[in-house]
Design a protein around this ligand. Structure first.
Ligand SMILES: *Cc1c(COP(=O)(O)O)cnc(C)c1O
Length: 229
């Protein structure tokens, strides 16, 4: 008799995860980029440990959350069991949560204003932890969206290091929902290149293959792996 399959092999999120991995491999091949040049951030916001566990078991080690409090409630135990997990904060960050964010996250994708830079600089010095930092660019100049305006990006990026001593590693963008994402990815890549920044956090479930074409180094994929929220 064949041995029983482990329960996690029948989980719906596991086949979705495999499909996403396949799509990433294909997009990398199309763009003539190494698979290793693109980090998949599995965005687990709103999902509990029971949905996340099979994805960890499948080998995924980089996860994204958009709220500090939710991540604090959910992740310490999972990280305790898998210390090599890296956690990325992809949502807006209030300055008064900078302490908790620096303590918990390995990367912060939403640096977008001087007051936050100041709070982060203080906590990075105090905790001697150095999360990877991304400046969020509001490429669509949408008033309801966080991020620095493209016209202000160069000066802001310079001030992060000159005024606050922060090392910025890259840029993050979230294109407007009703527009083709390509031009937004291209703009983000252009701003990064002229500022000497290597990392590009761009591409979500609907457009990560396009983002890979435009040079994304970090793609943030939630619903394509975990299902609808
Ligand atoms: C939720 C979220 C994602 C993932 O979105 P999906 O469409 O579910 O892949 C990516 N980036 C940010 C900033 C998010 O808030």
């Amino acid at each position: 008799m064949a041995p029983d399959k482990p329960a996690n092999l029948t989980s719906p999120s596991l086949s979705s995860f495999a499909a996403v991995e396949q799509e990433i491999a294909r997009a990398c091949a199309d763009a003539r980029r190494e698979r290793a040049a693109v980090t998949l951030i599995a965005v687990s916001k709103t999902f509990g440990a029971e949905a996340i566990a099979p994805v960890i078991a499948a080998g995924q080690r980089v996860f994204g959350e958009n709220r500090v409090q939710e991540a604090k409630a959910k992740w310490p135990e999972l990280i305790g069991a898998h210390p090599d997990i890296k956690l990325h904060l992809i949502g807006p960050l209030q300055s008064n949560k900078a302490k908790e964010a620096v303590a918990l996250f390995d990367a912060i994708h939403s640096v977008d204003r001087p007051s936050l830079c100041q709070a982060l600089a203080k906590e990075i010095a105090a905790q001697k932890k150095h999360p990877l930092l991304f400046v969020q660019v509001n490429t669509g100049e949408e008033p309801q969206k966080a991020g620095i305006a493209p016209a202000d990006a160069d000066a802001f990026i310079a001030s992060c290091s000159d005024q606050y001593g922060l090392t910025i590693s890259g840029l993050m963008c979230i294109p407007p929902v009703n527009e083709a994402p390509g031009p937004h990815f291209a703009l983000t890549a252009k701003i990064a290149a002229r500022n000497g920044l290597k990392h590009l956090s761009m591409g979500m479930s609907a457009d990560f293959a396009t983002a890979i074409q435009f040079g994304a180094t970090h793609i943030r994929v939630g619903s394509a792996i975990f299902g609808h929220r």
